[in-house]
Write a protein that binds this ligand. Sequence first.
Ligand SMILES: Cc1cc2nc3c(=O)[nH]c(=O)nc-3n(C[C@H](O)[C@H](O)[C@H](O)COP(=O)(O)OP(=O)(O)OC[C@H]3O[C@@H](n4cnc5c(N)ncnc54)[C@H](O)[C@@H]3O)c2cc1C
Length: 466
Amino acid sequence: MAVRTDHIAALVEIVGRDHALTERDLATRDPGIDPHNLGADLLVRPKTTAEVADVLRVCHDAHIGVVPQGGRTGISGGAVSQAGEIILSLERMNAIESLDPISRCAVVQAGVTLGALIKACHSHQLSPAMDLGARDSATLGGLASTNAGGSQAFRFGTMRDRLLGLEVVLADGTVITELGQVRKRNEGLALEQLFIGAEGILGVITRVSIALVDEDGPLAAALVGVSDVSAAVTLTDQLQRRSGIRLSSIEIMSGNHARISSQALGLTEFESLCVQPYVLLIEATAPSALAAEESLVQALAVPLETGLIVDAVIAQNEQQRQSMWRVREDWSVDRQYPGGLWYDVSVPIAHLAHYLDHFTTTLTAHDPGLSVFVVGHLADGNVHITVNATQPITARYEEIAPLVTTTLRAISGSFSAEHGIGLEKKATLVRELSMAKQTQMHRLKTLFDPHGIMNPGKVLSTPTPQ
Ligand SMILES: Cc1cc2nc3c(=O)[nH]c(=O)nc-3n(C[C@H](O)[C@H](O)[C@H](O)COP(=O)(O)OP(=O)(O)OC[C@H]3O[C@@H](n4cnc5c(N)ncnc54)[C@H](O)[C@@H]3O)c2cc1C
């Protein structure tokens, strides 16, 4: 049922006519990663926490579903909305309120993009210790709500490790402000931690305080070809144990991903290297560009001699370093095989080679017509597995998911690494989590959101608000 006109009028009253976008306005807007993100009847853009609280009070009283949205770059369907719901976009809450270079902490509104925060930190030679391909659209609220990881998580952890505090607005408009700027804070139950990774089902994050670290110096990068995942893992271990190199990223791509991306991008200089079964993108940082490159060259010399590395290219300049990242982050595989399936898993790195071998064998036995592509953050064992066929296979997600996830519990991995549950992994969550844990999650949801208005139907199967 559509949102009633008197409720729309009440919401327009709170945010102002210019900031309440109707279905017609939404039809002309970019929905982001998921084409169904803008299916709601209305999008409101509050400017302040008080406006967010007022919007939620109206929706709570009227039992209207509310879908919080940041940059709409989420990959699991967490920002999808539908008729009868409203979208609460944080895009106007985009101020960096403070950046304290001495305490190494920033307090920012939830709609600030990661790219904007990185830029602001850069002028103090600091960094939020978080980076990912969607940096210029993904917001701090979205990153916190999905507990995002990215390429630096092996050094600095995920958002849960970076955030010092949060401000959240609960479904009934209650505001909890816990914007601590200290690393040590034990003041009873850390309620705000529950909202990290909650994907908007418990409330709206309006502000965060985030710890900062020293910015990396100049970066040197290499693309490295190896014969299998076992060699990739051994190399990672050797590099991490080596003194004299400060690693910034260790990313992995299956050779088929690297070949398709580099060809599509016209990056012929990487063609011969990309014939290898797996390609790693390794970055090192040092106080000077020369020192970074030297440390990388020296670290790769012995593995090249022993044959652990089959082939390697060191970036000769900043442009070539960025080209290497384009190969890693490019989506040509998805364009070439539309309608593929994406899985996002964490594997203890010692088990990664066996896990991927076993999965590929099982998948091929299940259906020899399917192909597997892998990209991921090798150093923390987070791999994104894409399963494709010559035809779109979107409808086969649940059929293939058990092949991806069932071996993970035995090796203490995770069926959901960094993209959240959203709509996509809900059935997997029911299958993989203990009943005891699921029951407590439902209880918490009811406690914080008794009418079930917050991001209805995401993460947990809850009834739509009525
Ligand atoms: C090219 C590309 C690369 C990516 N790389 C990575 C990566 O390396 N690591 C990684 O972790 N992710 C990655 N992602 C996924 C995505 O960028 C992250 O999930 C990001 O955290 C989403 O932020 P967003 O602002 O776009 O959130 P949205 O997509 O708008 O929302 C995501 C979820 O958070 C909720 N939400 C958003 N804002 C709030 C708020 N203020 N309060 C409460 N709930 C809220 C939404 O309801 C939804 O459930 C990538 C995505 C793309 C497109």
